[in-house]
Design a protein around this ligand. Sequence first.
Ligand code: CAA
Length: 697
Amino acid sequence: MSEQTVINDMISIERIGDIALICIDNPPVNATGQAVRQGLLTAITDLNAAAQVRAIAIYAAGRTFVAGADIKEFGKPFVDPSLPDVLDAIEASALPVISVLHGTALGGGFELALATHARVGIKGLRIGLPEVNLGLLPGAGGTQRLPRLAGVAFTLDMALSGKMVPGADALAAGAIDQLVEGAPRDVALSAAQQVLDGALKTRPTGSLNVVADAALLEQTADKLRMTQPHLYSPHKIVEAVGAATLPLSQGLQIERQAFMDCMNTPQRAGLIHAFFGERATSNIPEAKGDARPLDRIGVIGGGTMGSGIATACLLAGLPVQMIEVAQDGLDRGMATVARNLEGAVKRGKMTEAARDAALSSLSGSLQMQDLSDVDLVIEAAFESMDVKRQIFTQLDQVCKEGAILASNTSYLNIDEIAACTNRPQDVLGLHFFSPAHVMRLLEIVQGADTAPDVLATGFLLAKRLKKVGVLAQVCDGFVGNRILAFFSKAVGYMVLDGASPAQVDQALEGFGMAMGLHKVFDLAGLDIDWAERKRQAAGRDSSERYSGLHLDRICEQGWFGRKTGKGLYLYDGKHPTPNPDALRIIDDVRAELGIEPKEFTAEEIVDRYLTAMIIEATRVVADGTAKRPVDVDMAYLFGYGFPRFRGGPLHEADQIGASALVERIEGYAKEDPHFWQVPPLLREMASTGKTFADLNH
Ligand code: CAA
């Protein structure tokens, strides 16, 4: 006989004899929002006051135990009770309380388990302290209680990496007490019975002592100062874990203060924007429709992009047919894929058996005819409209009905490509970023006639490849490269006016960019943009100042960057060093143009770079090339190395404020009114007070 008590919509109690089972039911991930916190507190208090209860077990309904605090509540006014207070009450419970964990026990969810008197995991469980990914630290006792159970080293590793640890490892480390099979409610009942029988020992975690490890803490702090100078919360995590040797109440106070410090940083807001943004890009009707089958992929081109795309598909278990025009190109492409997969094995991303299986599902051919049975072809051939026209005309003839024809073009017009076929509804752009098996951005470019199920299949592919699909409309460069082309001009002007490429790169890396822009140019190959500049030369607005003269002159020497050993940098040592010959060319170009070089501070470099980025990003949103500001932000985080802790260019724009940006642009416009123009949308935002975040809804 059992008796049910509903505490609120999310918390209920089931009484079976002298055992009470508390069930948390807050889909989708049982986050500890206010109602869950209040419900748990009430349940624990009531049960301690109730007659005949001798043991309490907490479990969760649905696909997972508690995945942490409700992130949506962060940044809003706080409503009591706090999670630490609820967990203190659980730990202080006179009745033994155990937790039964299934799925993922993360952040505040795992901390809830740490505050109970014993933890039983269900096979398949993974535990984690992912707060660091959100700019936070485990703020509900995790930095204090986990060291008491599993040691300082284990805690630091979990809290600083944010990784998920398999149940078996959690058991071995002492973070959980048992790992069993069964349904959460049944395991909860039998575990509570074991407590009553004395077979499962219980004790408050806070009663245990921590083995101090000052050397490890110091070493970790030193390493973080070198490797993560931009981030705030990792340093605070070390500080908080260091306090675990103090009495629990003192340690908890230090942890709480550190948590609040992190909560008040813009990094926390940026990282949480990134968390939701990553999910938002595919949370649109275009991504949700019925998709077409996606069982076999064709890739045209065995160059860096083609092989990278083929690798990405194989890593996701999708068989690939690669097509090249000549045997040596095909051999190179197949060898690159094999090398990429080998790299995945070395990095522990796949087993040798999985690699062998992937390689056996790759075939190569020189015949377009061999694409007759694929569901999707991704063309990654030379970036020329003539080449694309030829390919798509042939694809139209050989591909089966309903097959999707995609181009990986980074700039060219998808509608023009689609017009070479009799099935423009089956054509779209799938723009990958190099290296395509590593970079997570996939721009999904909608042509004028692209059918809804073709677009939905683009998003399905992104999901299968574990990429972030961002919808883009047709224009020169789509979302990402169009913005890149614009701010690259601002950077070109700064170099012509006196900044050195290395100085610009240093400033941008100081801002948090993964790599300075000139290093990116050298990596991509200076010849790529050179070809693009030549393509655009005829249509260039003669009243616009030309920003690429120094780069053209460097390319004329045959210096294309990393692949030729020389570009804006030299690549003859371990690290790139500024190329003195390129600097001389830049000096000559300045002299030729009659420019008197001036000094730029790092702050000014970043301001101009970022402002130019925001100007074009605003236009991209205003004309609908990107659906929403958040799509631009995610494109930049996942494709262009924009620092995740800044959330993205338009999230950053909100931090600066539209009025301040307008003022800044008007200041720059005094020297170049053609380039520095305030986008009408930004001006409107400055007058209405609307933010880019408002435009996301
Ligand atoms: N709060 C609010 N919403 C959350 C959430 C959370 N902690 N975790 C996930 N969600 C939402 C997602 O936004 C998503 O919503 P939509 O369906 O509307 O897009 C939905 O739950 C499902 O999430 P996923 O799509 O990510 O589902 P998944 O199965 O791929 O992954 C997961 C599940 C592993 C739990 C993953 O969602 C995840 O990693 N969540 C974040 C966990 C986390 O960071 N917890 C720590 C929070 S901070 C904390 O706890 C501080 C503290 O110490 C007090």
